[in-house]
Design a protein around this ligand. Structure first.
Ligand SMILES: *Cc1c(COP(=O)(O)O)cnc(C)c1O
Length: 451
């Protein structure tokens, strides 16, 4: 391994000792990772004391900035009481309060929170519960799932089976169950002259025919409401969710809304499903739920599904568990975060922030190399045009590097540039981010022009 380029000890040691996620480790020979030693608000600081604005909320988790005083305090208070206790046979106030509050946020449509630690596990829980429900009903042949093209639900084997990202999936095809893939309502994929609504209707017709043929074997449809985030921030019309809800009812198939990325106010409403006025049979949360502090995930479900498992026989129980289920510290972070939502009227403030966000990126609309300028609440994205991307094939990693030079943490996906910032940016910071991203982007495109 060539470690000559490593500027300091931490980099050499991470490359020797740590296998980094979603990374071809060899590429770090040329471009080593950055060592972050502290954070404050939207800023991350390296061991070299370089500051970077966290434009992507550290993989979409951090809602209220780093080292948030209120969340820090809540964790310290909890730490002085009990750090962790198992959740089988025992309970604790934080997990009770958090579950009650989340159910209230669904106006009681969903509840019975079942906890895990990472998003993929919350997805596994929803998939398993859905099939198990049908089995209890004497319909164990319902053991298949429908997902959307370009959807992402995590990378454990069950979650990966309903993920449609070939790069993540191809090496493991023999290990995972087959799945039905429905057309995506992502409006970037619509043919010329077909609007977002019409395209959503067309995608729902494709789902309808899949259900017509397979409903007797299908347990659930799983999707990300409003935005397919890992699918290059593919956005779609909320009418699609209403159409899917009706189809799922008609064909007796569950709807799983994976709100791991889009939940917790990210798209404008607390739950993205609310924008369409629907509730799923299962709703999964992770990422933002603990405000980016500690691993926590959960799946909410309906009274009807909960009641089906409520029986004298052990095998009709949901016999699934994770060691850190409902960890008290993680729940304390989540409760502190929900308190900030209330105390600071965050959803209302985000409405204004998202208007400012759009204004800060108005330059995108005047550049014909940039297409599909789109926004859903606190997610804003645009793509390089096909010809621009063709002359910048290494675009994502180049813009990542230029971002660092411009004091920005960005992580473009293919030809898509996006921001998903923490909710605490003020108007000046939002405009600073927009202007810096413009400079970093133009530096990247220029770099290749002169190469
Ligand atoms: C990130 C993500 C997951 C997986 O969560 P992990 O904590 O990374 O396992 C699942 N679904 C969606 C929509 C996600 O964005």
């Amino acid at each position: 391994m060539n470690l000559n380029v490593a500027p300091n000890n931490w980099i050499s040691r991470t490359l020797n000792a740590v296998w980094h996620p979603c990374t071809q480790m060899k590429q770090h020979e040329l471009f080593p990772p950055v060592c972050i030693t502290r954070g404050q608000g939207p800023w991350l600081y390296s061991d070299q004391d370089q500051a970077y604005m966290d434009c992507i909320s550290s993989w979409w988790t951090n809602l209220f900035g780093h080292a948030n005083a209120r969340i820090n305090q809540a964790i310290v208070d909890q730490l002085n009481k009990i750090e962790h206790v198992m959740l089988a046979g025992l309970t604790h106030p934080n997990v009770v309060e958090l579950s009650e509050e989340l159910s209230l946020l669904t106006q009681g449509h969903l509840g019975h929170a079942f906890y895990a630690s990472d998003g993929a596990s919350a997805v596994e829980i929803a998939l398993k519960m859905s099939h198990h429900f049908w089995r209890i009903q004497g319909r164990s042949e319902k053991n298949e799932f429908i997902c959307l093209a370009n959807g992402y639900h995590g990378e454990t084997l069950g979650a990966l089976s309903v993920t449609d990202v070939p790069l993540f999936k191809q090496a493991y095809a023999p290990l995972i169950q087959g799945v039905h893939v429905a057309h995506t309502p992502d409006f970037r994929k619509a043919p010329e002259g077909i609007g977002a609504q019409k395209w959503a209707h067309m995608a729902s017709q494709n789902l309808e025919s899949l259900l017509e043929q397979n409903h007797s074997k299908v347990a659930a449809v799983i999707l990300e409401p409003l935005v397919q985030c890992a699918g290059q921030m593919g956005m779609y019309d909320p009418i699609y969710l209403q159409l899917v809800r009706k189809l799922c009812d008609r064909f007796e198939v569950h709807l799983i809304c994976d709100e791991i990325a889009v939940g917790c106010g990210r798209t404008g409403t607390f739950f993205a499903s609310e924008a369409a006025g629907i509730w799923p049979d299962f709703l999964t949360l992770s990422k933002g739920i603990s405000a980016g502090y500690l691993p926590l995930s959960l799946s909410l479900t309906t009274e009807k599904i909960y009641q089906a498992f409520y029986a004298d026989s052990m095998v009709e129980g949901f016999l699934h568990s994770h060691s850190y289920t409902g960890n008290p510290l993680a729940c304390a972070a989540a409760l502190a975060s929900l308190r900030i939502f209330k105390d600071d009227d965050v959803l209302k403030k985000n409405k204004q922030a998202s208007i400012n966000l759009k204004a800060a990126f108005s330059w995108v609309e005047n550049d014909e190399r940039l297409i599909h300028f789109r926004q859903q609440g606190m997610i804003l994205a645009f793509d390089l045009s096909a010809s621009t991307f063709a002359s910048n094939p290494q675009f994502a990693s180049q813009l990542f590097k230029q971002g660092l030079k411009h004091q920005l943490l960005l992580r473009p996906i293919g030809q898509t540039v996006y921001v998903m910032p923490p909710y605490i940016l003020d108007t000046d910071q939002i405009h600073w981010m927009g202007a810096r991203i413009k400079s970093a982007l133009y530096a990247t495109l220029d770099e290749n022009l002169h190469a």
